[in-house]
Design a protein around this ligand. Sequence first.
Ligand SMILES: Cc1cc2nc3c(=O)[nH]c(=O)nc-3n(C[C@H](O)[C@H](O)[C@H](O)COP(=O)(O)OP(=O)(O)OC[C@H]3O[C@@H](n4cnc5c(N)ncnc54)[C@H](O)[C@@H]3O)c2cc1C
Length: 495
Amino acid sequence: MTAVQDPQTSSSNIAGFLARIADELPPACVMAQADQTRAFECDGLTLYREIPPVVLLPESETQVVAIVNACREFGIPIVPRGAGTGLSGGATPHPHGVVVGMTRFNRILRIDPEACTAVVQPGVRNLAISEAVAPCGLYYAPDPSSQIACSIGGNVAENAGGVHCLKYGLTVHNVLRVRVVTIEGEIVELGGEAPDSPGLNLLHVFIGSEGMLGLATEVTLRLIPRPQLARVVMASFPSIELAAQGVARIIADGVIPAGLELMDKRSIHMVEPFVHAGYDMDAAAILLCESDGTPEEVVEEIERVEALLHDVGATRLQTSSSEAERLKFWAGRKNAFPAAGRISPDYYCMDGTVPRRRLAEVLRAITGMEKQFGLRCANVFHAGDGNLHPMILFDGNLADEVDRAQAFGAAILELCIEAGGTITGEHGVGIEKIEQMCIQFSRAELDAFAAVKRAFDPCGLLNPLKVIPTLARCAEYGKLHVHRGDVPFPEIPRF
Ligand SMILES: Cc1cc2nc3c(=O)[nH]c(=O)nc-3n(C[C@H](O)[C@H](O)[C@H](O)COP(=O)(O)OP(=O)(O)OC[C@H]3O[C@@H](n4cnc5c(N)ncnc54)[C@H](O)[C@@H]3O)c2cc1C
């Protein structure tokens, strides 16, 4: 397995750090034995592992401030961690740093049904919020497939998305305020309870910053009323092209569905024997399109969607007739990741976004790459957003397959860029996509990112080695991207 490269800090600092922190944190919050810290060696991107020398599980904001101050004093890198479900290695430990796990920040502090807001600690699970506010007729819209486990702090750091984000927006559109401990040990509040705040919009700089700008300790969320009704249309297609055309037609017709997801044949065959969702095993692709709102709105929208999909060439159309059936249709989609475990020892889930009009051609190209890399790939994804999640199936016990899976993943990301898209949809860059950052962005753009990072974290201790590649790294990758209009650039400081 690949380890994180380029340690920046001497391991001897750790001993001094531990002695210093002992006054601030009770022993139950400190883990420094490998048998304890091994559990934190990776996040959902298990290809990259590093046993952290120290894991800290603070219980209060005062303790977080104490940790940050001690890390600054000893020059120790800090890797914030939520539930560890990230798929891009954002929470992968630094070899000489501390992992600061925020799972004990697990309280919902306030629910305001009139303002439709909730104030929560960052370790609260995404789904727990919707469950807690359900009696008020409200829910929290961004719903990653990992919502049963992932934390709101991780969602904020990754700007997480989900099935409902096409209509209701990503995390960035549903967070009003974040309270942050900075690397200086100060507590700042970004955003506010009001819909807009004066000054520069630092809230939106922080959301999606992957633990590189500060530690979130409190989050105010926007809640929305639960729709009176939701129904889902399941459409089978004889080809991926027709399914992609279905996506385009729905959007072009002015319908913004509550969810619009596509599964290819391999995904259908992977999921159906596991979940028994009633998927059409003869289909080359299945489209799931959800409508929500008042009963009248839903009936009208469903009729439109059915007509459009029929027109495009759907071979089978089935609309959920009860809430239980709607959940059954979604259960297949939501369980695609666990289902992969039934047919392959490992999977590597990629995350790239392409313009919707290029969906079919990109999916065909990915299928073509299966032969090139000698590995299978299943596609199940947020079609309405053009956000692909190719799942490369491999056996991690075979070094050669690991290498091929990584090369296949890199090729998919480069394909997304070529198609006019991006290397991230919702999983972030972390360490996984750091090399493709060299292709996606010019040096001047990367320098601008580094300058923002330095403004928040001048000593470069917050989640170092993630997201922003150094000039040397881009040169090593052989992808020194020079955009038109680029001027010669200086090497950025390493952090
Ligand atoms: C089966 C499966 C399905 C998934 N489906 C989706 C999906 O549909 N949509 C989607 O967007 N993602 C999805 N993901 C990815 C993942 O769940 C999200 O990225 C999620 O937001 C990570 O949350 P976490 O609490 O696990 O964070 P972690 O993995 O622990 O950390 C993620 C990043 O957040 C930082 N961080 C965590 N907490 C804090 C904090 N308090 N302050 C500052 N930085 C912090 C970390 O440093 C790291 O960079 C999926 C993952 C899995 C395993």
